[in-house]
Design a protein around this ligand. Sequence first.
Ligand SMILES: Nc1ncnc2c1ncn2[C@@H]1O[C@H](COP(=O)(O)OP(=O)(O)OP(=O)(O)O)[C@@H](O)[C@H]1O
Ligand SMILES: [Mg+2]
Length: 404
Amino acid sequence: MSNIVVGLDIGTTKVTAIVGEISEDESINVIGVGITPSRGMEKGMVVNVEETTLCIQKAIEDAQRMADLPIDLVYIGVAGSHIESINNVATKQVTGDQSIVDSSDIDQLLAEVQNINVPDGKEIIHSIVRGYKLDSAPLQDPLGMKGSNLELSAHIIYGATNSIQNLITCAFNVQLSVAQVILQPLASANAVLNDDERKMGVALVDIGGGTTDIAIFKEGKLNYTKVIPVGGTHFTNDLAYFLTTGFSEAEKLKIRYGTVDPRKVDKNLVLEVSIVGGDEKRKVNADVLCEVLEPRADELVDLIIQALGEGVGDLKELSAGIVITGGGSQIRGLESMIKKKTGLSVRLGRVKSVNGLTQKVSNPMYATGVGLIHYGYHNYEKFAYDTKEGLIGRMFSTIKGWFL
Ligand SMILES: Nc1ncnc2c1ncn2[C@@H]1O[C@H](COP(=O)(O)OP(=O)(O)OP(=O)(O)O)[C@@H](O)[C@H]1O
Ligand SMILES: [Mg+2]
């Protein structure tokens, strides 16, 4: 396998292509980065193939130039509210010689556990093994073990075929082959979480521009995933609406002066805000920004708490707390609001263990792009798509490909 892996994160606000060279010690050396503002994307989904294609082309060209090598294969992330997931369990009697579990027992279970009622128009994106039990005893790998009743539990993630196909079409349009489509929070989790956190119980919350993506891990295994269709863009839109200003002016104000914590507002600060569609400016007290942003943050945190509740029941199960990442996680006061409302520890997840152009990808905004490289490298060949033939379907290669 090539030691070059490319992550293509087609986000709601920016498209990022990151070229990673995998070193002998399996660390990622970032050798090329292309970042361009997104067009044709809404709430994590493609709404205009032509526009998104052009953005991908620009990001890929920039990354190619920097890395000084051609890019033809990419791992892409998928998100959007069409994504659903369930945990499923399959069981079978061991039929191998002398009741020893053989690969056909495992293959049958892997097929059986995916036998779920996927709604029309949706398809399975990931089937991730959570664990096996042989005669009720938990096991990592049952192959070669003696027993009679084998059980497999897996986390199955599925999404709308059209939305997935639109992403692939945009990549095909610029002659890229898609090695695998990966759920964005799984990618981000690979870039920012550590093994201890996954063992203790942790929620990864990637607050992007159009969506907030959640992945919960317990006892080292993926337990729950969810995509909430609210992100940083909603905060900016609220500001633009209330201040009757343009989106880019509202975006600047949010990033420079915005906070969701009224105690952090500089009460003496007066801002000059341009009125949309004219040269006129209006004076606005800085606390107005907080008055607009705080309720939106409150609503988003409630949605996050609701999702975490669905995932683990009691939030105390998350012993390692919550790791927030994505560009939207940087809004001032949000981290402490989540801490206060959940009673859990919260940390900002920055991209870990990369070398090379680390400055360019250290912002939490790039967690998905870098995570796609991690995920792609460790799960190589799980799915295969071909540019010329179109979608040629999934090819499950090895059981290893089923583990996160
Ligand atoms: N310093 C900052 N303070 C507040 N918000 C910020 C900051 N930097 C970026 N953001 C916000 O982060 C959001 C973009 O985050 P990100 O790049 O992770 O999204 P995306 O990947 O394009 O979107 P998605 O993952 O939802 O499809 C924007 O709404 C932007 O305003
Ligand atoms: Mg994103």
